[in-house]
Every structure is written in structure tokens, then in C-alpha cells.
Design a binder for this molecule. Structure first.
Ligand code: BES
Ligand code: MN
Ligand code: MN
Length: 499
């Protein structure tokens, strides 16, 4: 492969690549908004059309419907299965990415329209720019640039692009299992570009993800909301009960108080401990980027990284049903639902975590000795939830999402596949990548590993400060363009893996 010719072509076509990302960002493929479902379908077809132009065969797989509690059915968007090349003499790479995005609105504090791509100071702002439309487009551009420079695509590629990742990838696990000996047969390696560099300058390769389990605590104290002047002092209030319950979960140092969880965490070996030492990471930069006064690990590099990658964490997310608007309203809410999640790590499983958490909360409830109704439960496989579509309170509907617990994943970063990834990075950036793990979750990663039985690698394109899920999400122009080169070079390296 003539890498220099390929790199030069990519550099010369930057404006074209930006204009395609602009088109993609303009499609509001928000999987948490039921009314945006047609936009996801549009996005999936947009990518399918581009893949066809590159010569790939494309199939759109129906993965069924989701049933809402109201009994209403909502079709899931199709999963795109694309195949480029079927040469038995070549290595076959399976690439996964997602085409849906998180919700976004100008009012959330965006400086610009979230669904318009804005180029400013070498940064491309827009929802999905880094999570995950930008990286998905990098794959397509890499193929296009290789073809345009008259080069053979050195591997066969199977593309799996879905549109429900941000809402729990419903239907995908089943599809992948069913395609084990069909579409996925012959896969040699799996690569996912849906995470971020550890810092802003240095590329990395990622060999682990935390999983996630999401919980609800419901407390009801009355059959309707009550005036606190009339009823206050006579009612065991649901909010006080819920605050008590939520405050039993984690202490001020972030330690999870739920019994039986830390025993499940894989012990730290001296070898693993040693890995953190050489990683290029500055806890002080990290703290400043967050804009927080002091991190729990007080600037200790290894402890900070371990807290993010290899320890579980518990986050309190919100309370539904409580008064939260501006101003003062003297109300006693009749029913409140607290929401929290736990990022899980080896050797925790969603099942073991669910059991410990529910038992623990029931025990705490007994101590509280409240006469109210309390229900603590986890969302899990097959059990989904979405707010009533007819709900007049659009804000609530817009937060609705489907969820089923996600498993964690770790693999061996010394696999020849990872060495190929490292060589690709070296060819573009001139440095050896750090080997990282991530605190976030991509629940299908483990499914790909189990179904194909092959090595899975995460090869990120974006930087740590891209603001995925946040206001002003962006991807740096350099990350986007170098990402195309990296993925093209990686295809070349994969073609040469002999084992
Ligand atoms: N791209 C992220 C996964 C990710 C997040 C990787 C942070 C590395 C760091 C993905 O799109 C995502 O947001 N995943 C959700 C999964 C959930 C909806 C099951 C997450 O991590 O919250
Ligand atoms: Mn993502
Ligand atoms: Mn995401």
C-alpha cells in the first residue's frame, strides 16, 4: 500500500470530509426521542447509500419493535450489515459503530445549534461529531481514499452499524447471535471506534470497558401531591424517604456502601499496577478540564486511572416527580423516583450487582421504618421502559430511554491485532499509543467477542475533551483527518497479521 499517496489524498480532501460530517450531524438521529425514529432510519440509509457507492453490499435488518408500557409498539430502526470484499485470501475485519446520538437542545447550554456542524478554531462542533458519527465516517472515508488513489482494499470488511446504541442497543445482541455462522462467519478481528483518547495529544488503543447497571427507587406517600402548609408535619414524606435511601448508597469519598460489591471486583495484581505508571496522563489537567475543585484521588495518577477503569463507581442521576422548576413551590410530591447507576468491572455481572443492590436497599428501607411504599429495582435484559408517548410533558418524554444492563469487557492488549493497531498509529502519529481502558460502556463489545470468538480492539479517533453527551460536543479537525489515515493504515496492518 502506498501510504503516503493515501495520506496526501486525505489531506487534500478535508473540505469534502467536513461537508459529509455536516450532512450526518444535520440528521437528528436521537434514539431517546421516540418521535425521531424516522431520522434514525434516514441516517442508517444515508450511511448504507454511501457504502453502496463504495461497492459494498448492504442489507438492512429488521430487529423488531419495542413495546411501550402503554401497549403501543414502536419499530426499532434497522441494523445495517454491509460487506466490502469476499476474497478468501484476505483477512476479514468486522467494524461496529453507531449512528444514533444523544439528545441535544440549544437551551441545554450549547453555544451553537447542536444539529448544525460549526467549524471554529480547528474544531467541528455538533451532536454526534465524536460520538459516533465522526469516527464512523472515518471508516468510510478511509475506504474511499484508498480506492481513489487506485489502491486495493487489502482486507474484507463487514460493517455493523446500528441506530439504538445510546438507548441500550435493543435487538442487536439477538441479531449478532443469529448471524454467528452467517454474516459474521469468517471474521478474523473486530474493531470499534467509539471511545476517546485519554488526553488531547496522544493516541491510544483501548482494551477494556466498564459495564453499567441502572436502578430506580420509587417511594409513594400519598395518592396526590399535597400542600405542605396544610399537610406538612403529618405525612411521612416520600422525598425525605428517598433522600435517605439515596444517601445510603455512596459516601463522600465515592466509596460504594452497598454490601457485597467490592468482594466481586477482580484483585489488582502487581503486573496490572505497574501498567499505570507509564501512561501519559496528568491528573491536574484532568481536574482542570472537569472544572472541579478537588478529585477524590487527590492528584494520584494510578489511583485516578484505576478509579475510572477498574473500580466500580456509583452515580446518582436524578429524581423524577420532585419539584425542580425555577422558583418556590410549596408542594409535597406524592411519588418520587430516584435514579442511579453503577459502572461495573470484572468480575461483576449485572445479575450479581442487581441482587446485592436490591437486597441492600430493602435492608435500608427496614431501618427507615417508613409506612410508605418503596420499590427498588434494576432495568435489565429484555425489560425496557419508556415514558408514555402521549405524555403532555415533553421534557419527561425527551429523557425517556430504553435500557438493559451492560456487561463489562477486558481483553489481552498484547494480541497481534493490538500490535497491528499500534503500528497503524505509529505510521500516522509517529508515537507508540498508550494502552488504555475506559470507564464508559459499549454493551455489545463483549457480544462481538463471544459471538465471533475473535479479538476485539477499540481504536479511538476523538480526544478526551470532545464532550460526548455534553453541551458543545466536538471533534478536532486534526483528530477527524488523522483518524481517516489511522483507520486506512490499520486496514493495511490487519492485512499483514499472520497468526
Ligand atoms: N461512546 C460511548 C461509550 C463510551 C463512553 C466509551 C465513555 C468511552 C468512554 C457510548 O456511545 C455510550 O455513551 N455508551 C453508554 C452506554 C449505555 C447507554 C448502555 C454509556 O456509557 O453510558
Ligand atoms: Mn458512542
Ligand atoms: Mn454515547
Amino acid at each position: 500500500m502506498d501510504l503516503l499517496k493515501f495520506f496526501k489524498y486525505v489531506d487534500e480532501h478535508q473540505t469534502h470530509y467536513v461537508s459529509l460530517l455536516r450532512e450526518a450531524v444535520e440528521i437528528k438521529s436521537v434514539s431517546a426521542w421516540p418521535e425521531a425514529r424516522p431520522e434514525i432510519v434516514k441516517m442508517v440509509h444515508w450511511v448504507g447509500d454511501r457504502l453502496k457507492k463504495l461497492g459494498a453490499t448492504v442489507e438492512y435488518r429488521d430487529v423488531g419493535e419495542q413495546e411501550l408500557p402503554s401497549g403501543q409498539k414502536l419499530a426499532l430502526p434497522p441494523v445495517l450489515l454491509g460487506q466490502l470484499g469476499t476474497d478468501p485470501a484476505k483477512r476479514t475485519l468486522c467494524v461496529y459503530g453507531h449512528l444514533d446520538v444523544q439528545p441535544a437542545a440549544r437551551e441545554d447550554g450549547w453555544a451553537t445549534e447542536p444539529f448544525q456542524l460549526i467549524e471554529k478554531d480547528g474544531q467541528l462542533f455538533g451532536r454526534g461529531a465524536t460520538d459516533d458519527k465522526g469516527p464512523v465516517l472515518c471508516w468510510l472515508h478511509a475506504v474511499e481514499a484508498l480506492q481513489a488513489t487506485g489502491q486495493d482494499i487489502p482486507i474484507n470488511i463487514k460493517f455493523v452499524f446500528e441506530g439504538m446504541e445510546e438507548s441500550g442497543s435493543e435487538g442487536l445482541d439477538d441479531l449478532l447471535a443469529a448471524e454467528k455462522d452467517k454474516f459474521l462467519a469468517g471474521t478474523d478481528f473486530v474493531c470499534i471506534s467509539d471511545n476517546y483518547w485519554l488526553g488531547k495529544k496522544k493516541p491510544c488503543i483501548t482494551y477494556g470497558l466498564r459495564g453499567v447497571c441502572y436502578f430506580f427507587i420509587e417511594v409513594q406517600c400519598a395518592k396526590q401531591d399535597l400542600h405542605s402548609g396544610i399537610f406538612g408535619g403529618t405525612v411521612h414524606e416520600a422525598m425525605s424517604d428517598l433522600m435517605y435511601m439515596m444517601n445510603t448508597l455512596v459516601d463522600a469519598e465515592g466509596r460504594i456502601l452497598v454490601d457485597g460489591l467490592k468482594e466481586q471486583v477482580a484483585p489488582l495484581t502487581p503486573e496490572e499496577r505497574a501498567l499505570y505508571k507509564d501512561i501519559d496522563f496528568d491528573p491536574e489537567d484532568y481536574r482542570k478540564d472537569i472544572g472541579t475543585n478537588c478529585c477524590i484521588q487527590k492528584g494520584d495518577k494510578a489511583e485516578t486511572l484505576m478509579a475510572r477503569w477498574r473500580h466500580p463507581s456509583l452515580s446518582l442521576h436524578g429524581v423524577h416527580g420532585a419539584f425542580s422548576e425555577d422558583g418556590a413551590k410549596t408542594v409535597i410530591p406524592m411519588k418520587v423516583t430516584g435514579k442511579f447507576s453503577i459502572r461495573i468491572v470484572p468480575n461483576m455481572t449485572p445479575e450479581s450487582v442487581e441482587k446485592c443492590v436490591v437486597e441492600y436497599l430493602n435492608k435500608q428501607w427496614k431501618k427507615r421504618a417508613s409506612p410508605n411504599e418503596m420499590k427498588a429495582f434494576m432495568f435489565h435484559g429484555g425489560r425496557c421502559w419508556v415514558t408514555d408517548l402521549t405524555c403532555p410533558d415533553l421534557c419527561v418524554c425527551r429523557q425517556a430511554f430504553m435500557f438493559h444492563g451492560g456487561r463489562c469487557w477486558v481483553t489481552d492488549p498484547h494480541h497481534p491485532h493490538y500490535q497491528a493497531g499500534a503500528r497503524a498509529i505509529k505510521s500516522v502519529f509517529g508515537v507508540e499509543p498508550d494502552l488504555t481502558r475506559e470507564g464508559g460502556s459499549i454493551p455489545v463489545t463483549l457480544t462481538f467477542q463471544e459471538v465471533t470468538g475473535k479479538n476485539v480492539m477499540l481504536l479511538p479517533v476523538g480526544a478526551c475533551d470532545d464532550g460526548a453527551h455534553s453541551q458543545n460536543e466536538k471533534i478536532n479537525m486534526t483528530n477527524y483527518i488523522q483518524g481517516i489515515k489511522m483507520l486506512g493504515s490499520y486496514m493495511n496492518e490487519v492485512s499483514k497479521i499472520s497468526e
